[in-house]
Design a protein around this ligand. Sequence first.
Ligand SMILES: C[S@@+](CC[C@H](N)C(=O)[O-])C[C@H]1O[C@@H](n2cnc3c(N)ncnc32)[C@H](O)[C@@H]1O
Length: 217
Amino acid sequence: MAKRLANSVAIIGCGPGNISCMTLGAIKRIQDAGVIVGSRRLLNLFPEVRAEKFVIGKNYRALLSKIEKLSVRKKVVVLVSGDPGFFSYARLVVTRLGKENCDIIPGISSIQLAFASIRSHWGDAHFVSLHGRKSELENLVEAVKTHNKVAVLNDTSVSPRIVCHALQKGGVKGKRVYLCENLSLENENIKEYDLASLGEAHSDSMNVMIFVSEGCS
Ligand SMILES: C[S@@+](CC[C@H](N)C(=O)[O-])C[C@H]1O[C@@H](n2cnc3c(N)ncnc32)[C@H](O)[C@@H]1O
């Protein structure tokens, strides 16, 4: 069991990036914080909060010990996008600090919003993350072959053209693709493709892709 910290650290799901998607409980916890740790994009949602702020970037591992030390004196919150339980920094924080020292405040996942935007249910979906893991592309091909509905987290490093090429090379056929960029933000863009036309899609934004077998809803 980890040593009990003076203040538990709150890991807060900020949803896809528009403050209107956050819960009131999450916002209250941020307003009460002494220290806020998060990506620049998420920190910028709270310019009025006068806490000490730390930007997460490539320093994410070094920040873990900073979070631990600061929590002795201050209320620390860690902002993550979407829901903390779904492919997020929360896992590293909880592993480092111990479950008993963390509160997890849920948020709307980008996946939830993507499915809501295309008016589809997601209880039967399979999930893959290419975010920071280009090597998952092979698993994506297998997943799209074997599941009727696959949702993919993607950053800007794997273009739709590369995904399309990998799927076609893997012999995948008969899928509709929804490319959902910048969900909830001003430049939100959601478009539907077939596999061939996905190769012509341009995307330089964070996105969720949803692959659905033809004939499935
Ligand atoms: C590190 S993962 C975090 C996922 C997050 N925990 C969630 O539940 O959505 C980051 C990925 O989430 C997706 N994402 C986050 N915000 C998004 C948004 N506003 N629009 C589209 N995709 C988004 C992108 O696929 C991005 O590469």
